[in-house]
Design a protein around this ligand. Structure first.
Ligand SMILES: Nc1nc2c(c(=O)[nH]1)N[C@H]1C(S)=C(S)[C@@H](COP(=O)(O)O)O[C@H]1N2
Ligand SMILES: [Mo]
Length: 212
C-alpha cells in the first residue's frame, strides 16, 4: 500500500468519528464548549526565547537520585503518544489532539521518588509553577511532549517541551517545563495561589479553591 493511500484511509476514518455528535457530547466536561479548529494561546508571562539546545528537564526534591535530561537524552528515552482531548478552565476544550514525547512515568522511574513524596511542583524555565498530586503524574496519564499533530511544538504553545496532563485542566500542563520537584506536602503554584483549584479535574469541575 502506498503512503498516500494509507493517509487517505486514516483521514476518512477520523472524519467519520469527528462527525459523531453523540460521542463528542460525551467527551465534553460540564461547563465546557468545543473550540473546534481553534487552539487559543494562554500565557501569564512573556513568551520566552527557547531552543532545544537551551532546554533540559530535572527531576529533584524527594527522589533517590536527582536526574537531568537534555533534549537529545530525552529523545533517546522510549517515546509515548497521547491522542485525545484537552480542557482549559476558561471553558474551551479541544478534541482529537495528538502529542508525542515521553511518559512522565519514565522520568519518575529513573529518579525513584522517596516513599514520602506525594506532590509535585512543575516548574517552567519562565518561573511559572503548578502543583499536582504525584498520583496524577503516574499510570501513563502524563507526558513531557515536543510534538503536536506530528510537528514540533511551537514556542507559544510551550515548545520545545511542555508538560501534558490532559485529564486535568490545561493550566496544569506547564509550558516550557524545566523541573519536576517532588514534595511531601502540597504547595500552591502560580494559578493555585491566585484562587484556582489544587487538583483541577474538569469532570468534577474543580475550577477554584473551595470547589469539591
Ligand atoms: N509556563 C506556562 N505554562 C502554562 C501557562 C502559562 O501561563 N505559563 N498557562 C497555562 C494555561 S492557563 C493553559 S490553558 C495552557 C495553555 O496552553 P496553550 O497556550 O498551548 O493553549 O497552558 C498552561 N501552561
Ligand atoms: Mo487555562
Amino acid at each position: 500500500m502506498s503512503e498516500n493511500h494509507a493517509m487517505a484511509f486514516t483521514r476518512g476514518f477520523t472524519g467519520k468519528r469527528r462527525g459523531d455528535r453523540a460521542t463528542r457530547g460525551d467527551r465534553l466536561p460540564p461547563g465546557q464548549y468545543d473550540s473546534g479548529e481553534d487552539w487559543p494561546t494562554l500565557t501569564a508571562e512573556a513568551t520566552p526565547r527557547l531552543t532545544p539546545e537551551d532546554w533540559s528537564i530535572t527531576v529533584d526534591g524527594l527522589v533517590e537520585e536527582q536526574r537531568t535530561w537534555s533534549w537529545s537524552e530525552a529523545h533517546a528515552l522510549p517515546g509515548s503518544t497521547y491522542a485525545g482531548d484537552i480542557h482549559c478552565v476558561t471553558t474551551w476544550s479541544k478534541f482529537d489532539m495528538t502529542f508525542t514525547g515521553v511518559s512522565v512515568d519514565t522520568l519518575l522511574d529513573a529518579a525513584r521518588p522517596r516513599p514520602e513524596a506525594a506532590y509535585v511542583m512543575a516548574h517552567s524555565s519562565t518561573g511559572y509553577t503548578t502543583n499536582l498530586p504525584l498520583e496524577d503524574l503516574r499510570g501513563g496519564r502524563a507526558w513531557i511532549v515536543w510534538e503536536v499533530g506530528g510537528t514540533p511544538l511551537s514556542v507559544p504553545h510551550g515548545g520545545p517541551v511542555r508538560l501534558l496532563v490532559p485529564h486535568l485542566y490545561f493550566w496544569k500542563s506547564a509550558k516550557w517545563v524545566s523541573r519536576l520537584e517532588l514534595m511531601d506536602r502540597d504547595r500552591p503554584g502560580f494559578w493555585e495561589a491566585n484562587g484556582y483549584h489544587d487538583r483541577g479535574d474538569p469532570w468534577l469541575e474543580q475550577r477554584y479553591q473551595g470547589d469539591p
